[in-house]
Design a protein around this ligand. Structure first.
Ligand code: SF4
Length: 357
């Protein structure tokens, strides 16, 4: 395993057979070496910096019915809410005061949030806080919509591809959704000049090592600036209620592999990782992660953005969340960066300068 990890460290790639062996190994010495090399590579590009993204969960309404998701439209017990534009702006103002320089507006695919409402919000946030980046995570929209949102000032877009295998994608989603559409959205977003985030769940029902290798190969093709992965955590009101969740060990191995395959990528230590282990996010940071996403949503709605069971950080005020994460980051040996935190080598001036190196 040592040779495989050193090859990945040196070259940034492996054969499918080598990836399979590394993904499946439970060897603790291999885990330690992978963590060490991943940390070395993240420090070469980012030093000890960890970027904060202030997450604003704007709506728990969703027209989709992804089988793993607690706010899927078929879940009649889900509590639905949407934040008003005033609420969202207040969250961003509070986040700015707390030192956040990126705001992530995330929500289900909710028709209430028209292009016009979203463009108004993006412009207002940018006007109030010109040194901040705006990230959207609002699912599949039309090319025209993505273009308008980009022109209004949105910098980044997160859209997990979830599964790069047609067969697995089909088992996790209803028939009206398609992997081809998801991929098309991701390539469109890149073409429009967004910094793009893709990603997948680890340990999703029916997922095999071969599926994970397909995910890694798709990410090599897409070359996103951000990659979000986290363990699958079942939700009690979904068809996958009784399925097993993803494990900490496999998630950490994949984070280490991703850092070595994509040395400059922005890699979050996700809330789901913190949900399956009290030290999950710290371990993620030590295995190549360089982003955390504290919650800025009003406490009154946090529990309603109920994607999976036992989600952590649903009771704390924004300032508490920020303080808690700062302590966790520092205890893991890293420091909080009070800046936008674009991907290394990504120019953020006008569109002519925008390119990915
Ligand atoms: S995963 Fe996203 S698109 Fe799918 S049901 Fe949940 S909120 Fe909607």
């Amino acid at each position: 395993m040592t040779d495989i990890i050193e090859k990945l460290f040196r070259t940034g790639d492996l054969t499918d057979g080598e990836l399979e062996a590394l993904i499946e190994t439970e060897d603790t010495e291999a885990a330690a070496l992978l963590r060490e090399r991943a940390d070395q590579v993240r420090r070469e590009s980012y030093g000890d910096k960890v970027f904060l993204r202030g997450l604003i969960e704007i709506s728990s309404f969703c027209r989709n019915d992804c089988l793993y998701c607690g706010i899927r439209r078929s879940n009649k017990d889900a509590e639905r809410y949407r934040l008003s534009p005033e609420d969202i702006l207040a969250c961003a103002d509070e986040g700015y005061r707390l030192g956040f320089r990126t705001f992530v507006m995330q929500g289900g695919e909710d028709a209430f949030f028209t292009d016009s409402i979203l463009c108004g919000l993006i412009r207002e946030i940018k006007q109030r806080h010109p040194d901040c980046a705006v990230t959207l995570s609002l699912g599949e929209r039309s090319e025209e919509s993505y273009r308008l949102l980009r022109e209004a000032g949105a910098d980044r877009y997160l859209l997990r591809h979830e599964a790069a295998s047609d067969e697995l994608y089909g088992k996790l989603h209803p028939a009206e959704m398609s992997l081809a559409k998801r991929k098309e959205c991701l390539f469109t977003l890149k073409r429009l000049g967004y910094q793009v985030g893709a990603g997948f769940m680890v340990g999703a029902p029916y997922q095999t090592t071969k599926h994970i290798i397909e995910d890694l190969r798709f990410l090599q093709e897409l070359q996103p600036q951000m990659i979000g992965i986290g363990p699958f955590v079942p939700h009690h009101n979904t068809p996958f209620a009784d399925e097993k969740g993803g494990t900490l060990g496999l998630t950490l191995r994949l984070l280490g592999i991703l850092r070595l395959m994509f040395p400059k990528v922005l890699l979050p230590a996700t809330t789901a990782l913190g949900t399956i282990s009290p030290t999950g996010r710290e371990q993620g940071l030590k295995t190549g992660c360089n982003v955390v996403m504290p919650n800025l949503s009003p406490v009154s709605v946090r529990k309603k953005y109920d994607l999976y069971d036992n989600k952590i950080c649903t009771g704390e005020e924004a300032a508490e969340c920020r303080g808690c994460l700062q302590r966790r980051i520092e205890s893991a040996g890293y420091s909080v960066a009070q800046e936008r935190g674009d991907a290394a080598g990504f120019f953020t001036g006008n569109d002519d300068q925008r390119r990915n190196t």
